[in-house]
Design a protein around this ligand. Structure first.
Ligand code: ADP
Ligand code: ZN
Length: 747
């Protein structure tokens, strides 16, 4: 009998066996979607394997085969299986990461034929394209339009001749000369598809790469030509032109008929970066962002799957884009914590990017101005090659950084210590020079906490052990963990006194203070409260158009924005990130500091950065102020080694939560005991820390406990995790337990 092992979207680790009806036999292949009866439901699963065998007792039959061609290509399926194993994740949930969005859940949608009967491609009309060859011209042999045109098609790939004529009047004559010299060919191909994006793009004219950029491009492009896999860490200071390197190596991959994936931290925060990709590749790039309708997403997925588009750009989930002949994976801002998924399958897109490229013999490029300790360690152990861009692309100097020691320096005329005298003066100067400033404060809302001055009670969320933040515009207190919201009470909930005071300063209050202090200035705010999705683009657009003088914001302002008129950056409270109980707090604070400082002085006028701190000697701040990334990495690696933390050890977190505190604690104790009984723990190879309550002990009404496991090598750690995973199944019903391999979020 023909049987299929099917991965179903249920939180059970194993695959399920179904009988393959003869009618569907030709379509039931690994990677193909099938509709299966499960419980009383019908679920869409993915076939992992097909085999002959004895049907298990009461095995059911596959109800329907969805795909003519498997939805998941073989290499992607194999990758997902490895990913599931690595993260101790249910195979069904791992496979689901890569399924086309519309129909991954309900069988009904899959069976609806319209989605699959969709016409492929739009324009069957054929036109003439100019395609660069690999031939190299003699030095000085080309001039004028021919030289410019050749440089252009080499950078962006094939272009319709009509499109080239829009830019170069004599394009046809130039193409003829280039073709005669064997530098391009003219081929008849399909006309470009209708835009996936609604609005047409103007193509950019690439800069001449700098010598440093060229060296990086050559190294990466060289590796693309080798069958062997290779990973690069592109460590380039802010403004050094990393994006141009990505664009060129993607063009090189395309010229070699290989597809690319570009991962960015949060696509909504990087409209400019996306625009640069579109300006270079036009509609040949699929932009996967959360603003797409399910249908649009599906369209993108399908175009990639069918090989009509060969570059995908998106946040971490774009790692699973079904790009054909994938040869290159770029991870921009690889240090960004958002690459770690913190729910469901807790994968790290950066780590998995290296892996996905590796198994295809492809190239992975990790780019950052502030590399993660993990990537730096890979360089030090010889597994990753470091490439450096030590100067800004247009040779602008790095901004000068001055530390404002809040222990000694008092408030300016506002009376608020968050706007110290030096910061006040610097803002005045910037406004006078008609330049722009960015102020970074990583707390949104008006006041981060509300306290009763009579009894000392802090107003906390009813379902989380988290202080409530006061939001003035909305006139509410809000929990930033569960979004619980309530009117600000007039009395303390504990003692009833009318003595509630607002504590601390959030971006909303900072904005208000600035508006009062600089009446002529146009002040705006960029944080999650004012900006979601398209709104970010609007605010950044106004900033670029110089309709804003001072932009106040959370870490949203630290992202790679290229705003040439920003000459002043103020870090309002550099210590905020340091007080978090997380072994990466220092690294994170350092990265934020250097990244936000990098927003200053990117244009012609030099930049200046003021860092306000209570702890100027802290390595994160002292090294950050000197832009000394290497110094920081050395020091931080030394500290991590001493304390036995990643990347010098491997870590995993066993997380347990339940509505009942005792139940959660008991379950966590039980899992800890399982770990303690394991051989590698008894011999001291794997260290166990906890069980202990999580730093934020309760979230959304569930009490949280955890056990941290650490080991120098991965193998013994996996032995212990396997035992814990097995024990998980026998926990009481209301308890949730999960394994987080290589944890990032520790709160
Ligand atoms: P990064 O990503 O390293 O911060 P960007 O790629 O944003 O840097 O580049 C910074 C600025 O320098 C951009 O405005 C970009 O257009 C410009 N730039 C990049 N490469 C070059 C080059 N080779 N020549 C001139 N300008 C360049
Ligand atoms: Zn809450």
């Amino acid at each position: 009998m023909l049987l299929a092992d099917v991965a179903l979207p249920v939180p059970i680790a194993r695959a399920f066996t179904y009988v393959v009806p003869a009618a569907h036999a030709s379509r039931v292949r690994p990677g193909a979607r099938v509709v299966c009866p499960f419980g009383g439901r019908r679920l869409v699963g993915v076939v992992l394997a097909v085999r002959e065998g004895e049907a298990p007792k009461n095995a059911k039959a596959i109800a329907h085969a969805v795909d003519e061609e498997p939805a998941l290509p073989e290499d992607l399926l194999a990758f997902l299986r490895d990913l599931a194993t690595y993260y101790f994740a249910p195979i069904g949930e791992a496979v689901r990461l890569a399924l086309p969005p519309v129909d991954r859940d309900t069988a009904r949608e899959v069976e609806e034929p319209s989605l699959f009967g969709e016409a492929r491609g739009v324009g069957a009309r054929r036109i003439q394209w100019v395609v660069p060859t690999s031939r190299v011209e003699e030095a000085g042999a080309l001039r004028g339009q021919a030289a410019a045109l050749l440089a252009h098609v080499r950078a962006v790939g094939a272009e319709p001749i009509a499109k080239l004529e829009e830019r170069w009047k004599a394009a046809r004559a130039a193409v003829k000369r280039l073709a005669e010299a064997g530098l391009v060919t003219v081929e008849e191909r399909e006309a470009p598809r209708e835009s996936l994006f609604g609005e047409p793009t103007t193509r950019d004219v690439p800069h001449d790469a700098t010598a440093a950029q060229n060296a990086a491009i050559e190294a990466i492009a060289g590796a693309l030509g080798e069958p062997r896999a290779e990973t690069f860490l592109l460590h380039g200071v802010t403004g050094s032109g990393k994006t141009e390197v990505y664009l060129r190596v993607i063009a090189a991959a395309r010229a070699a008929q290989r597809g690319s994936i570009v991962l960015v931290p949060e696509i909504a925060l990087t409209p400019q970066l996306v625009a640069r990709f579109r300006a270079r590749f036009g509609d040949d790039v699929a932009v996967l962002h959360s603003g797409l309708t399910p249908r649009e997403r599906h369209g993108m997925w399908k175009r990639l799957h069918d090989g009509e588009v060969d570059v995908a750009i998106g946040a971490r989930s774009a790692l699973f884009a079904p790009v054909r002949a994938l040869g290159l994976v770029v991870v921009d801002e690889e240090h960004d914590p958002s690459f770690k998924q913190e729910e469901g399958v807790r994968y790290h897109a950066r780590d998995m990017a290296i892996w996905r490229a590796h198994r295809l013999g492809g190239v992975c490029v990790l780019g950052s101005a502030t590399p993660s300790l993990e990537s730096e360690q890979l360089v030090r152990t010889g597994r990753v090659t470091k490439l450096r861009l030590t100067e800004r692309a247009r040779a602008q100097p790095m901004p000068r950084v001055d530390i404002v020691d809040l222990r000694r320096i008092g408030p300016g005329p506002t009376g608020d210590k968050r706007i110290s005298m030096p910061l006040y003066r610097a803002l005045e100067e910037t406004l006078r020079a008609k330049e722009q400033a960015i102020l970074f404060l990583n707390r949104r809302g008006f006041a981060p906490s509300v306290r009763c001055e009579a009894c000392g009670q802090l107003a906390t969320c009813q379902s989380c052990s988290v202080a409530l933040t006061f939001h003035k515009r909305a006139l509410v207190v809000r929990c930033h963990y569960c979004d619980f919201e309530a009117a600000l009470a007039s009395r303390c909930s504990k003692c009833g006194a009318e003595a509630l005071t607002l504590e601390g300063v959030g971006t909303e209050k900072l904005e208000e203070t600035l508006v009062a202090a600089f009446p002529g200035a146009r002040v705006a705010r960029l944080d999650r409260d004012v900006a979601r999705g398209k709104k970010v683009e609007t605010i950044l657009g106004r900033m670029r158009a110089r309709e804003i003088d001072i932009l106040v914001g959370t870490q949203m302002v630290t992202k790679g924005h290229d705003l040439p008129s920003v000459t002043l950056v103020g870090v309002v409270n550099a210590d905020a990130a340091l007080s978090i109980p997380d072994f990466r707090a220092s690294e994170r604070a350092f990265q934020l500091l250097v990244q936000v400082a990098g927003r200053a002085g990117r244009g012609d006028a030099p930049g200046r950065v003021l860092v306000q701190t209570w702890d100027p000697d802290h390595p994160a701040i002292a090294f950050g102020a000197k832009h000394d990334v290497d110094g920081f990495l050395v020091q931080e690696l030394r500290d991590r080694r001493e304390l036995g933390y990643p990347p010098l050890t491997r870590a995993a977190l066993v997380r347990v939560d339940a509505v009942d505190e005792g139940e959660a604690r008991d379950a966590c104790d039980a899992l800890a005991r399982v770990a303690l009984a394991c051989e590698p723990v008894r011999t001291g190879v794997v260290r166990v820390q906890g069980p202990a309550p999580a730093p934020i002990a309760r979230v959304r009404n569930r009490f949280r406990f955890r056990v941290m496991l650490r080991s120098v090598d991965r193998a013994p750690l996996r032995v212990v995790l396997a035992a814990v995973e097995e024990a998980r199944a026998s926990l009481p019903r209301g308890v949730r337990a999960s394994i987080d391999v290589d944890p990032v979020q520790l709160l």
